[in-house]
Design a protein around this ligand. Structure first.
Ligand SMILES: Cc1ncc(COP(=O)(O)O)c(C=O)c1O
Length: 418
């Protein structure tokens, strides 16, 4: 296949994500997007099942988002937050503080999820230093977790199951525990926190481990993690970069579960998927340790594009849409459909598990399959679905209509039973 020219030329120079450039299949050239559709260079349209790494929750090109961004662009694409202030970042901080559960109310902006996690971990380390003078420099994370691709975030990912095992020797060593799904594993977690007084924070993807293949755990598991952290006075970080903004049926996994962390990270759908922006939100209790006459107690972090005005304008518009359009009801409808159509696949001989929560539906197959071949077949069938390992999943825009959702689920059903 040849063309378009920009693709042929650019392939000589571009270095793609998670790809062996020598053997990676040629990417599919996209001309434009609208709604839940990706329009290909050759004019075909794909129904998108994963809305660009789970971010475009209002669908593509939502006119309200685009208008808000156009207005902001005319006014001012961005000014730095060091010494200057602009309305979009300050308004967004106020709105996120109002939206976040518990006393999570102090918002630090960055430009990617990985950096938001780095900031959360950094806050935890310094919180210990500021409050007690203790040096606590390691973290406890869970098997199956994924928190980003930067160095310290790699170290809190699952050491074997993530794609970062190669870097093991270069990473700081952390404590990796099993999720406390029962009394035994809860006791193990408790023992780890009791024994290792160098643990600065516990970090978890609450209710849903996305990159591990949409693995889900129950609310009781999260409650056990919260209880263990409370018992040992260790801050708990919820990485809600995937689960935030309605994905699981409530605004956050914290809202869905009723379990509140001390620090929360947000990204992806924060801007409705149109520009990069991320946030780390700390509780007032955590923040108070930094609020001091002592300059050395300040948080020394400041990305160039933090609180990017255009991104914040998109995020404010995205929050407006959560108020003016029935997003959570749409997620509930998607969940109903996923249960009705994917749920029965549980009985299939080739299916190991079906996991559904909110707008996420995952079918895990028993046997490994040729992921690239399945991805290609999906595209030929007019859908964009990208299995992870043995798991075929959907995490679509909440605005997807019933026919489009049926197109996606039927493609999965054909693969799962075929
Ligand atoms: C739970 C979680 N944390 C962190 C990240 C990293 O975010 P980013 O890719 O914006 O750096 C991701 C990305 O998929 C994620 O799913």
């Amino acid at each position: 296949m040849t063309g378009p020219t920009w693709l042929d030329e650019g392939l000589e120079h571009i270095w793609l994500p998670y790809a062996q450039m020598k053997t990676a299949p040629r990417p599919v050239a996209v001309r434009s997007t609208h709604g839940t559709r990706i329009v290909l260079h050759d004019g075909r349209e794909l129904v998108d099942g994963i809305c660009s790494w789970w971010a475009a929750v209002h669908g593509y090109n939502h006119p309200y988002l685009l208008d808000a961004m156009r207005r902001q662009l005319e006014l001012m694409p961005h000014v730095m937050l060091g010494g200057l202030a602009h309305e979009q970042a300050y308004t967004l901080a106020t709105r996120l503080a109002a939206l976040a559960p518990g006393d999570l109310s102090k918002v630090f902006f960055s430009e990617s999820g990985s950096v938001a996690v780095e900031v959360a971990l950094k806050i935890a380390v310094q919180w210990w230093r500021n409050t007690t003078g203790q040096v606590r420099s390691r973290f406890l994370a869970f098997r199956g977790g994924y928190h980003g691709d930067t160095f310290v975030t790699m170290s809190v990912c699952d050491p074997e199951d993530s794609m970062h095992s190669l870097f093991g020797p270069a990473l700081p060593t952390q404590y990796i525990a099993d999720l406390p799904v029962d009394d035994q594993s809860a006791a193990d977690l408790d023992r780890l926190l009791e024994t290792h007084r160098d643990i600065a924070a516990v970090i978890i993807e609450p209710l849903l481990q996305g990159a591990a293949g949409m693995r889900m755990h129950d609310i009781a598991t999260l409650q056990r993690v919260r209880a263990a952290c409370d018992q040992h006075g260790v801050p708990l970080i919820f990485d809600e970069i995937f689960t935030g903004f309605g994905r699981l049926g409530g605004m956050f996994a914290a809202t869905v579960s009723g379990v509140t962390p001390d620090i929360m990270t947000l990204g992806k759908a924060l801007t409705g998927g149109v520009t990069p922006l991320a946030a780390t939100i700390a509780s007032r209790r955590i923040y108070e340790a930094f609020h001091s006459d002592d300059a050395t107690k300040a948080l020394m972090h400041g990305p160039t594009y933090m609180g990017h005005a255009l991104g914040c304008a998109a995020a404010n518009a995205s929050l407006d849409l959560f108020q003016s359009e029935p997003r959570l009801e749409q997620v509930a409808e998607i969940e109903k459909h996923l249960n009705a159509v994917l749920g029965p696949l549980r009985d299939g001989p080739q299916v190991a598990d079906v996991r559904i929560r909110g707008s996420v539906g995952a079918v895990e197959m028993r046997q490994a399959f040729d992921v690239q071949a399945v991805r290609r077949r999906f595209i030929d069938e007019g859908v964009f679905i990208r299995p992870i390992g043995k798991t075929i999943y959907l995490a679509p825009s909440y605005t997807i209509d019933r026919d489009e959702l049926t197109t996606l689920t039927e493609a999965i059903v054909r693969t799962a039973v075929g």
